[in-house]
Ligand binder design. Structure first.
Ligand code: NAG
Length: 207
């Protein structure tokens, strides 16, 4: 065995060692065991650290495959249409995330117990019954919030000044309406005849 032969034997050994050290069942550009030809030419050249072991045959380093080791491989494979960028790194389509694009992801998440779900490839929050909105950020007040009230939590209206009640439907008159008058809006009484005045305190005179 000449010097070149010795060299190739050593290199073949190191390739075998590399492969068993990898300890993965990932496919390679080529099966190990071919005789390494130190004069081999690979054109185009082997990419990503692949070794040219025979004419136009690359031995790929871990994580790459293809004739010239041009493709990164991802194990587990990228799911849901993700593409393998480099070994173990997937680029995921919009609705998906996680290391292997295996998780549906809603941008900004889902609030208030909403669950992210993919509907025709689009991530959507599925909200619990008392919440709505793209992130389940809006509470639902089934009773409605009237007179400029705002629904701030399920069934809870925050009322503007002068209004009260579950639906902000009750006007507040700081001074009570007299003589059976009714408070119909903040500090406004509707009087029963024959009364009148701001608080229905005057009795109309009849002549
Ligand atoms: C590899 O290719 C070169 C020319 O590019 C050629 O001279 C050589 O014989 C080839 N080796 C083998 C083993 O085919």
């Amino acid at each position: 065995m000449g010097l070149v032969g010795l060299c190739s034997a050593v290199l073949l050994l190191s390739l075998v060692a590399l492969s068993s050290a990898a300890g993965s069942d990932a496919p390679r550009g080529v099966a190990v065991g071919f005789v390494f030809d130190p004069k081999a030419k690979c054109e185009p050249p082997c990419k990503h650290g692949g070794v040219c072991i025979r004419n136009n045959t690359c031995f790929c380093s871990k994580g790459y495959e293809g004739e010239t080791c041009q493709y990164a491989n991802c194990y587990p494979k990228c799911k849901n249409g993700g593409t393998c960028l480099r070994p173990g790194k997937c680029r995921c389509p919009p609705a998906y995330g996680g290391r292997y694009c295996h998780k549906v992801t809603c941008e900004d998440g889902c609030w208030n117990g909403g669950e992210c779900n993919a509907v025709n490839g689009v991530a959507k929050c599925i909200c619990p019954s008392s919440w709505t909105g793209s992130k389940c950020q809006d509470a639902i007040c089934p009773q409605g919030c009237r007179n400029g009230g705002m629904c701030v939590a399920p069934g809870i209206c925050s009322c503007p000044e002068g209004w009260l009640g579950g639906a902000c439907h009750t006007a507040v008159c700081t001074k009570s309406c007299l003589n059976g008058g009714k408070c119909i809006s903040p500090d406004k009484c509707r009087c029963r005849p024959p009364f009148s005045g701001p608080l229905c305190e005057e009795r109309k005179k009849f002549h």
